[in-house]
Design a binder for this molecule. Sequence first.
Ligand code: FEO
Length: 404
Amino acid sequence: MNTQFKAFKLTDKVYWVGAIDWGLRDFHGYATERGSTYNAYLVLGDKVTLIDTVKKPFFQEMLSRISDVIDPKKIDFIVSNHCEMDHSGTIPEMVDLVKPEKVIASEMGVKGLADHFHKDIPLTAVKDGESMSLGNTSLKFIETRMIHWPDSMFTYLEDEKILFSSDAFGMHLASSLRYADEIDFGILHREMKKYFANILTPFSPLILKLLEKVTKLNLPIKMVATAHGPIWRKDFNTAFELYSKWSKKEASAKAVIVLDTMWHSTETMAKAIGEGINSTGANAVLLPLNSTHRSDVITEVLDAGALLVGSPTLNGNMLPRVADVLTYMKGLKPQNLIGCAFGSYGWNGVVVPQINQILKEMKIDLVGEGINIKYVPDENGLKQCFELGTEIGNRLIQLVNRFK
Ligand code: FEO
């Protein structure tokens, strides 16, 4: 067995024994330019417990880190906070090796693990609020459905006051530093925001309820040990507050203009719309899709008040990169946006209505019918674009003032 990987001690009883995926650059469609970690934790209770495992290719790395502390065969329980395979991927290998007494998951988690692995696993379901003794300490389980999957739960280690928060409050960030307070806050903010935007946006209303639920439980918390990225031992209120802010999707004077272009006509229109927006005191962010990944678009949209989408017509359709980003964003259900489509066409201007229809399905409040310009915008066409920008900008400023 590989023995060079070491465990990281969090407390006398708790060790980080996860894996660092320095090379991860794509997480089902989300660009992870800083890699990620899959955090597993070893709890040295009288009943030795492993909280989560790692993605399948990292089994030996996790095993090596566990072996740095104890013989892995001494593990009695495995807790699966979430059955997505970046965390459950090596449960089958661990079951074969360790033969644990129990693999503990939520009721949905038990079903999810059975449907993933089709294998004899000693699955034990726990209910929301249930506690389980490990002898010298105990665990409490908190159901957190849809954060990120129906099976998701938090596990709280009572005497050490550690909240194992699964996907919540985490980020895709590979690092040798285990604590968030050791890492530049700008990087943490960016990566946590990107994670929220790309993974959790559709569940924003549930996240608000979860924050309320956790607050009401009044658990003393010394650390929030996430499933990805660094562990919060200080300032976790900052993470809670950011989650609350992003979930509420407060009014914002920022307008995202996402576009692709063939011969620069749609690009020129986007720039004129942006100037109109900026002239009102609102703030336009232009994201050309030849150089912007879909996951960075949704990250910008997370705190925007408007979304405008521009595409020329190509063979009766929008450009493929526009279709890609719209499909991605539609699934993520960003809320509280105004917007519209715009673009140039040659002989068949069908794309602006096509995009407007998608924006409508995304429950975006359409501002007019958008702008459709034949071939190349002239002075009058650019004036129309500027005016659309001022209308969008004024609407955003009014909305922001209303919620002040
Ligand atoms: Fe990190 Fe939803 O898995």
